[in-house]
Design a protein around this ligand. Structure first.
Ligand SMILES: [Zn+2]
Length: 352
């Protein structure tokens, strides 16, 4: 009897092994049927530049409806302070200053704790750091950790240099500023927290004029994972030569193993990816470095953001995925890079 039971158990195990084996083969991701939309939105701003934010649960419902499985919860690294005065009936006629604040992170933290169980797995990001004035960053990290234990696992999107904000009082971080990042960079490295940086490579007059700033970061902090947003592009720079741009990024990727790139934002779609004459080098680059590439929509959600707004951004930012090889598609669109970076116990399916 005992022997027969063992035998039955063995047969059962064998049967389930065979079944799961064939199930695994069937479980491969079929792009021709399932499409090429990204499923991990690693670059999503839950807080707007100004005005009321979109209800947290409504945005999470958008994500769920659009098939998103994981998302990073960013605030926004530049808040229009004066607008709050306008909205509250105060005087907002003075200079418009844009500056990072901790307000976003508190709002996101409160919302995430209020609705901890969602179908979409969320990870909170500290968006407050002012990289030009890094002195208080470690203390503020501690405040968020005390207020929201274990919640924040990411830092950014923070601005190393963002020319779009120059007329609002923002300046590029200097080499001296970067040297002063050491205390918070040590904390980030200690807890394996990626730092996502917006940093313009240059502009149409000087293609790579700001690259030395990012290089200073990478050279001084080799133990930190740095995610360079938007492949370093911006609205101020939509005329990079793709082959040159890719050569520059490849050089940096090869020299700095903890450097990652993010391909979110429709600037990339508008200026580079949708143009068949410009797309080629980027596809090659993404295929080659797929395991250190992250994707997302870069939607900056406000109370006016509709589901269709989100969907449009999702479609545009997913466009490039259809040209990726199977391996790169799995790493980028299906999230394997993201899982690896954050040590998430999940596995993207193989691509058929
Ligand atoms: Zn962004």
């Amino acid at each position: 009897m005992k022997q027969a039971g063992k035998k039955a158990a063995l047969i059962g195990a064998l049967v389930s092994l065979v079944v799961s084996g064939s199930a695994l083969a069937e479980m491969c991701y079929d792009r021709s049927v399932q499409g090429h939309r990204l499923v991990v939105d690693s670059h999503l701003h839950f807080q707007p530049f100004s005005g009321p934010h979109l209800n947290h649960q409504v945005l999470v419902e958008y994500l769920q409806r659009a098939g998103i499985q994981y998302a990073n919860v960013y605030g926004i690294g530049q808040t229009r302070i004066e607008d709050w005065a306008c909205l509250n009936g105060g005087d907002c006629s003075g200079n418009t200053v844009i500056a990072p604040t901790m307000k976003n992170d508190f709002v996101n933290g409160v919302n995430m704790n209020a609705y901890p169980r969602t179908a979409v797995q969320l990870r909170a990001s500290m968006t407050f750091p002012d990289l030009q004035n890094p002195e208080g960053i470690v203390d503020r990290m501690a405040i968020l950790d005390r207020e929201f234990p274990g919640l924040f696992q990411w830092m950014g999107e923070a601005n190393l240099v963002k020319q779009a904000l120059f007329s609002y009082g923002h300046e590029a971080a200097t080499l001296e500023d970067i040297a002063n990042w050491a205390p918070f960079m040590a904390k980030l490295a200690e807890r394996n927290m990626p730092l996502a940086l917006h940093s313009d490579m240059g502009n149409d007059e000087d293609d790579y004029g700001y690259v030395h700033l990012m290089e200073a970061v990478l050279e001084q902090y080799p133990d930190n994972t740095v995610v360079w947003m938007h492949l370093g592009t911006s609205r101020e720079q939509d005329d990079l030569d793709p082959a040159e741009h890719v050569a520059e990024m490849s050089r940096l990727m090869d020299a700095h193993p903890n450097l990652w790139f993010d391909i979110s934002w429709n600037v990339l779609y508008d200026g580079y990816f949708r143009d068949a004459n410009r797309r080629g080098p980027y596809v090659e680059f993404l295929n080659q470095y797929a395991s250190r590439i992250l994707t997302g929509t870069d939607v900056v959600a406000s109370s006016y953001t509709s589901y269709n707004d989100y969907l449009r951004a999702l479609e545009q930012n997913s466009f490039i995925n259809q040209y990726l090889d199977k391996r790169a598609f799995r790493y980028i669109a299906l999230g394997q890079s993201y899982f690896d970076l954050l040590d998430i116990d999940d596995v993207a399916p193989p691509v058929c």
